[in-house]
Design a protein around this ligand. Structure first.
Ligand SMILES: [Zn+2]
Length: 230
């Protein structure tokens, strides 16, 4: 079932694991040029409404540009959130707990940077604490901080894992994201029901097969160390 246009799957521990480490660096990367005014943003929506073939001045659409601008503030709230800050507060009184911490089925709502189309799915996030743990809601916030930006799923997955690794410095981090891309399911090749699975394994999750298998079993993936889609 090798559909050239179908979703790729990134298996654990292969060369893709470092795929996007370069994507967030470089001059100006991630730094928006000066933000337009709200009025300019609303004008841009009016232009798109006309491009879609409708009349932005008809009753039903007259407030749409304003609503869309506000919706953008929600959908892209991640640009104003610093996930590094989110992870600063940790707890050391854990009675020596050093087993895997797994947060499963974190809702992912993002938008693809190629079409502005929704990417909807879930993330599974795990780490192996090294004396310090973080509040579990903070892990979900890190997912949100990166998801609520324009993304490609591979970069989103890597950013979540890298941030947790860099800030918490645990013995390992694993992130799996499975999501449906509406740019693929509702347009283009129109393949509803397909989902893309990406993973990023660091530290012990990358080096130790048993650790990785335990994680994959806990999130309901098979235990072979390779993630399949379908
Ligand atoms: Zn897209």
């Amino acid at each position: 079932m090798n559909d050239d246009n179908g979703p790729a799957s990134t298996s654990a521990g292969n060369g893709h694991a470092s795929m996007t480490s370069h994507a967030v660096t470089g001059p100006g990367a991630g730094q928006p040029s000066a933000r337009p005014t709200r009025a300019e943003a609303e004008d841009a929506v009016r232009t798109l409404l006309r491009w879609a073939g409708d009349d932005p001045d008809r009753e039903g659409l007259v407030d749409t540009p304003e609503r869309v601008a506000r919706a953008y503030e929600d959908w892209f709230a991640g640009y104003d959130h610093d996930p590094v800050q989110t992870l600063q507060r940790t707890f050391a009184e854990v009675e020596g707990y050093d087993e895997m911490v797994v947060l499963r089925d974190v809702r992912v709502e993002s938008h693809c940077e190629h079409h502005l189309a929704p990417i909807l799915g879930k993330a599974h996030v795990a780490y192996l604490p090294d004396k310090r743990v973080v509040g579990i809601s903070k892990l979900a916030r890190v997912v949100d901080a990166y998801a609520k930006r324009l993304q490609i799923q591979e970069k989103l997955t890597a950013q979540i894992a890298n941030c947790i690794q860099d800030v918490l410095q645990p013995r390992g981090v694993a992130v799996v994201v499975e999501a449906e891309h509406q740019c693929m399911t509702t347009r283009g090749i129109q393949k509803p029901g397909t989902s893309l699975i990406t993973s990023r394994m660091l530290g012990l999750f990358r080096r130790n097969d048993a650790t990785r298998r335990e994680f994959l079993a806990l999130i309901g993936q098979n235990g072979s160390g390779t993630i399949h889609h379908g």
